[in-house]
Structures are given as structure tokens and as C-alpha cells.
Design a protein around this ligand. Sequence first.
Ligand SMILES: [Zn+2]
Ligand SMILES: [Zn+2]
Length: 256
Amino acid sequence: MNIASTRGAKVHYEGAPVPSDLAKPENHPKCAGRVRDIQAAHLANLKENYSDIAYSFVVCPHGSVFEGRGLHKLQAANGNHQLNLNHYSVCAMVGDSGLTRPTDAQLGGIRDAIDLLRAKGGAGAEIKGHRDGFATQCPGDPLETWVNNGAPRPGATPAGISVSLSHVVAAAHTDPGAAQGHTSFPADVRPVEAALVAEGLLDPTFGSDGSFGAHTVDAYAAFQRREGFTGANADGIPGESTLTALGSRHGFTVAA
Ligand SMILES: [Zn+2]
Ligand SMILES: [Zn+2]
């Protein structure tokens, strides 16, 4: 059965013993055969009467993504027809014994599968575990915890905005004299502008253009005076101490 879209994806595990040494690099050649074994077991399950492997995708411990039913196909792993319509399914090759914790490569592969489902399969933003809304141990505690933490890609930088001091200083020197709308480092300047608006020092009209123009320089100078600086130390060109103070109040950190 073809489907246009889903709310997102549910994460599963095999729920059976998985060899504890499967994650070793030399064992990757076994992974494709393991996917076919799962498919054969599902096709042999007369009670469920599956038409194919139940999952949309299967991800091995080495990070490879194997296509199950794939994109825009109703999958059959989530517990009942409505649950199957609601979400795609991605199964990680981890078990309830042996290999029970997903590898970082595997978590990255699950994200690859979910990103593909979103980009090409009409999947929405939800990422849940099989046990969310259905009575099961699946996908096991390690994967359920990962899902509940937002399914972060391993090694990704933690949420939070970093502003480069050298970038905003360069922008404060070049943007005011440049043509209207000129930006040099908008990704660094925007959080500073938003903080100055929140401080009541910058007109919101200029608060999100990403240009450290004359209005932003004036607003920053006012912030410097508020912080106790005077004269040339309150010239509207950011320094480390005032930028760090501004960021600590408004949710960004300062890098060189
Ligand atoms: Zn499951
Ligand atoms: Zn593998």
C-alpha cells in the first residue's frame, strides 16, 4: 500500500539476541544476510501475514542503511494499522541480549534513514520509539533514551549559539559605511542584534537584518555605557567583556 506522508518515524530494535561481536568491522559482510534473515522470518510469520519485511529501513552497527519497504510504502512494525499509518519504522540491529547498545555509526545511520524519509518520503518531524503508544520493550532502553533526547546525531555540536568576537568586530568596522543592507557576518551579528533589542537598546526594525550598521553601533555603545565603560571604551565596537556579558544574558557564547 502506498502512502503520501507520515507524522515521522518510530525506532525499533530486533528484540532478539544479536551477536555481541557484530559491531566489529570484519563482521559487516554478515549484515546484508541478517537483513534477509529478518525478512524471511517476517514472511514465515503466518499470524502477522506480512507481505515483506515489516520495517521501512534497517540499520546495522556499522552505519549502513538497508532498504526494507522503503519510501512511500506502508510498513507493518508499529503494532496496529493506525500506528502503522502514523509513522515509518527504522529498525536498528541491536538486541535484547548480546549487542544491546547502538554504536555511534548506527545512530548516525538511523538519522540518515530518518533524514531520507523526511526529504523524500513525506515524513514529518516526529521521532519516537516503538514503545511510545504501544505496549512493548522495543526499542530497548538505550535507543528509547536516545529518542527521548531528540535523537541527536553523534558528534554534533550541542544546541547553543556561538558568536565570533573577531567577526562582529569586523562587521562593526565595515557595515556602517557600506551600502544599505550590506552584511559581512550575519550569522554572528543577528544574535547580538536580538540581544540589543531585548535590552531595549535597538529598534526592532533594525534588529534582525544581520548588518552591524550605524544603529547597531549606537545601540552597542549604549550597552557599553550601561556596563560602566566610557569614552573610547564605549565606541560601539564590541569587546570581549561586554560581548560575553551580553551573551550570558541572551543565550549565546563568545568564541575568538
Ligand atoms: Zn519494535
Ligand atoms: Zn554492518
